[in-house]
Design a protein around this ligand. Sequence first.
Ligand code: ZN
Ligand code: ZN
Ligand code: FE
Length: 765
Amino acid sequence: MMHGVKVHITGVVQGVGFRPFVYNLATNLNLKGWVKNTSAGVEIEAEGDKNTLDVFLQKLRDDAPPLSRIDDFTASFRPRNGFTQFDIIHSESVDGAFQPISPDIAICDDCLRELFDPGDRRYLYPFINCTNCGPRFTIIKDIPYDRPFTTMAGFPLCPDCEREYRDPTNRRFHAQPVACPACGPKVWLETKDERGKKDGSNVIVEVQRLFTEAQIVAIKGLGGFHLACDATNEKAVRELRSRKLRVEKPFALMMPDIETIEKHCYVSKDEKELLTSSARPIVLLKKKPESTIVEEVSPRQDWLGVMLPYTPLHHLLFSDFIPPLVLTSGNLSEEPIATGNEEARERLANLADAFLMHDRDIHIRCDDSVVRVFQNNQKSSITNSKSSYPIRRSRGYSPFPVKLPFQVPHLLATGSELKNTFCLTNEKYAFLSHHIGDMENYETLKSFEQGVEHFERLFRVKPVAIAHDMHPNYLATRYALERAEREGLPTVAVQHHHAHVAACMAEHGLTEPVIGVSFDGTGYGEDGAIWGGEFIVADARSYQRLAQLEYFPLPGGDASIKKPARAALALLWSLGLEWDDALAPVKEFCTEDQVTLRVQLEKKINTPMTSSMGRLFDAVSALAGVRQKVNYEGQAAIEFEAMADPAEAGQYVFGVEAGQVRVRGAVEALVRDVMAGIPTPKISARFHNGLAEAVRDAVQKIGQETSLRNVVLSGGVWQNITLLQKTLSLLRKDGFEIYIHRDVPANDGGLSLGQAFVAASRLRG
Ligand code: ZN
Ligand code: ZN
Ligand code: FE
């Protein structure tokens, strides 16, 4: 007796070899019918005997391609239609329907083998790819994911590629970016002296030669241009820093293989797994003392950000001996990464000595992702690792959605000022964008607007409300307010630290109240102060602030952020502690400036109050003599943490009373140690130990008051692994259930997810 079955599958099922998988499975089982992509997912109709159909349904789920992710699977039996064969039929778009899109995927092992096989017709071809690998997100203009809707539309397939593309048993069946030397994109080199193109295979050799001459080469990648140079050449790295106007902020590295990485860094099993995963993120690794990577790459840091090659072009560059490369985003300082050829020629003219170009367009820019390992974290649905802790979630992960615990309306959340991402929701999905960057200039705002527009089209979202930060002057807030006004939409203002906690709740599907410990650098407080050391009780709708780091003044606001020495003196002043001339931050000010600063503090001139944990770290880093000025956000705290002696058990005692974490005792003890010449690693450790203990105290008190047992740790300060580890083990000992980030960053890069989650919950009523 023959039966028919109709199957509907949603999730990441396009561009990942799903249809050929279905085709091969069905034909092997001798089933008849068809499979097709729709803009809502994949649809299948199959006919055969009941037992075989059951096997088919089981295998569809069990053996699905490695890069796919099935979210919903429905099957209904029905009378048969009498099909005579199994076909892959033409895609049709369904109005308003949407589905998740695969992120870009690093070159697979099969393609890599062919790339270096002299007998293969794609031997040394820089754009080799197949259904299991290659560009996706960055080349897609619209759904369904078919070649005409990608930037490959302008490259008609040659007969050989066409044959592979049409053959369901071929690895390149319906691989949309499929190409070969005869029909696909090409690379060429442009140098300063010869503006003309240099084509052909000698291009790679030429670029390698430039590296040996300490030259800087702009290389067009998957999501934008990189600037590259020899990471073991001090002159080259210095030159890159000065041209990029980037002081001290670490550069990312690309190394040819794991063996090379192990020469320069310690690599654990978990780190290796992340490095070699199909997303190929930058992984933060502990540097070995014998590494020949020049200090200038990552000044005063004991770690390096390293990634493996992820495009065929990268592999070609490393094909003969070549040193580890600095591979940093192709931009000036904090502007967005350059993507177009013409744009790169203009914007990177003064940064690069040569350009390794190609003619496959990048439709949406996407920076490299950054993760670090945090042992025994919960498994991430996005990185697929049990120990990843995201720092920047972009290429290889975006636009993979976060699945929410309930159905939500169409929303846009515009995110933060720094490390901006935005977030759109549709049904149960939260589509968190790629990294947009610091929204401080026109270029970045433009990139933000283009990104929002692109995501709205791609995921068929027409926002019915817009969520934003409470800070009135963030460009992202202004965009939200202006657009809401223009389109007559309601807005939802979400307090910064509530959004941080909500972001972590969203990834864990938490809807009941939690104790949230939200520590970061800067967030707009409801009383006009700068918050950042907050203990809240929150659900996804609202929050209550139950404790905070005690306020201290921040003379000059931004001036104190750039100069921790100022924050240090302000802290001492507010605690009634002396400005001793022997202290490093006091030495930063001449007598006259000290008088001015004192007057400013006493008269409260341009001196906001802050409970920022980030600023407290800055201040103590200055007091400990580690750093008086910073060149990038968080630098003082990062360097202070790096010094902490893991063997030190002593601690500075904070007090927690009346909803305030008091700092006087701890700061006084720290200053005493500094004056007594106690080594900085001990001082750093004692501060971290004491602070973790203070968090435990505050959480315990709130736990007693509220009988809540779930604790969420969010905000950029929790990138401090030393503090995170110590706090976690204390709270766990007390029997609290701790939730930390695993899918999105703890920093402002995850904020828009929290805003969207809060807005969705409020709109639900
Ligand atoms: Zn492949
Ligand atoms: Zn071809
Ligand atoms: Fe923040």
